[in-house]
Design a protein around this ligand. Structure first.
Ligand code: BGC
Length: 421
């Protein structure tokens, strides 16, 4: 496989050459532990929380990153996806942590030293608590705060980045509401308690608030962020990642098409207008008949997350994202929650076969990241769902690769691909 690399570390403004990106993905909040200044940390602690357990010190990735990055490289991957946590960089409004900046710079360097192209997410769900207390994305000056973070981020890390997405799944709230229109009700008590705890009636996090208003604010922030980040340092592909299902129509496709238009199209079009790639994050399919969502067929089985086991979802989601966005696609997340690693191996093989079908049909796919690198904190579901290629002993933090971790090495569909922005 072409080396990702990363003789380009510290490349400043030179244009990057990248291989087909072949990696595993994580996010900061889910693995680092003790993200005490994040909005979600507060939500986990309040009475009436919807979180099944606390993230605590998670899997201590904040301390173990060098060992973990070396482990990712030993699996034959050429890229590693992770997020930088705004709440660590700016724990209080206007207070910058130079320790956190140095920490993430070292993480980026560790990726390059291990020939892993760092694929970085600017914002993976968690935001600083102070930002949520001001009203999160519903506050009129949200984009200004976010843009200041993007400028600092870009100045501090841009020269070390190989590929980046600004937001992780900014459409997730809409997708969840579509699947369960009453889901916001369950959060009411938790949000009220969080508002009380931080003495702010306006507390709002990424899965609350008016979805239309939040979407409009985030799309406008995305447009501005793209220009700020594009002006350097670093010349790396910059995109967005979306939460998707492979949406299949049963009979008349009108209702399915409407769902797609409502949940994805504003972002796919925003990326078409400005964006170097679209990140597809897909785990299962969703069936829609003329009157709405149809349950999975009899005999299908579900994963620990309660989603239908359907690895072929990759193909359909990539085709749709590519057709509307007209941008190259990177599968930035795909995986399965299971305690049975043979099932994960089966999932990986079938998912990659479906990816290959899309590639063979000329869909411009430039990378695939398996979710997740480590078993990690699955947000409201806690630690129960296991999606990692690597298991972690909760007490000793010892990492043990599962057999599925060694499977990816030989499955890359475009080993000789080289591309650049
Ligand atoms: C998110 C991850 C999450 C994964 C599996 C995606 O929605 O980006 O943070 O762990 O799905 O639930």
């Amino acid at each position: 496989m072409a080396s990702a690399s990363l003789a380009h570390a510290e490349h400043h403004s030179a244009s990057l050459t990248l291989p087909f990106l072949w990696g595993a993905a994580t996010s900061g909040y889910q693995t680092e532990g003790n993200s005490t200044n994040a909005d979600i940390w507060l939500l986990e602690q309040v009475n009436g929380t919807i979180f099944k357990e606390h993230s605590g010190n998670a899997y201590d990735f904040y301390a173990c990153y060098r060992q973990d990055i070396a482990l990712a490289a030993s699996l034959g991957l050429n890229s590693f996806r992770f997020s930088i946590e705004w709440s660590r960089i700016e724990p209080e409004q206007g207070t910058i942590s130079h320790e956190a900046i140095a920490h993430y710079q070292d993480m980026l360097r560790a990726c390059h030293e291990n020939n892993l192209a760092p694929c970085v997410t600017y914002s993976h769900f968690a935001c600083p608590r102070w930002f949520a207390a001001r009203g999160g994305w519903e506050s009129p000056d949200a984009a200004d705060h976010f843009l200041r973070y993007c400028e600092l981020f870009s100045r501090s890390f841009g020269h070390l980045i190989s590929v980046a997405s600004v937001f992780n799944e900014p459409n997730l709230h809409k997708l969840i509401l579509h699947a369960n229109p009453l889901s916001d009700r369950a959060k009411t008590t938790m949000l009220a308690q969080a508002a009380r705890a931080c003495h702010s009636p306006t507390f709002s996090y990424y899965l609350s608030g008016d979805p239309q208003r939040v979407e409009a604010a985030m799309i406008s922030a995305w447009r501005r962020a793209y220009d700020v980040i594009r002006s350097g340092p670093g010349q790396y592909p910059l995109g967005l990642t979306l939460a998707m299902t492979d949406d299949q129509a049963i009979g008349d496709p009108a209702a399915r098409d409407l769902k797609r238009a409502e949940i994805y199209d504003a972002w796919l079009c925003a990326c078409r207008e400005k964006g170097d790639f679209i990140g597809v994050q897909v785990y299962t399919r969703s069936l829609t008949g003329p009157h709405g969502t149809v349950p999975p067929p009899a005999g299908s089985h579900s994963t620990t997350m309660g989603w239908e086991f359907y690895p072929e979802c990759v193909e359909g989601a990539c085709r749709y994202a590519a057709s509307v966005s007209q941008r190259p696609v990177i599968v930035t997340e795909n995986g399965v929650a299971t305690d049975n690693d043979s099932e994960r191996q089966d999932y990986i093989r079938r998912a990659i076969t479906s990816l290959e079908r899309a590639v063979a049909d000329g869909i411009d796919i430039r990378g695939y990241y398996h979710w997740s690198f480590l078993d990690s904190f699955e947000w409201a579901s806690g630690y129960r769902p296991r999606m990692g290629l690597i298991s972690v002993d909760p007490k000793t933090k010892k990492r043990t690769p599962k057999p599925s971790a060694f499977l990816l090495r030989n499955l890359c569909p475009k080993k000789s691909m080289i591309w650049q922005l």
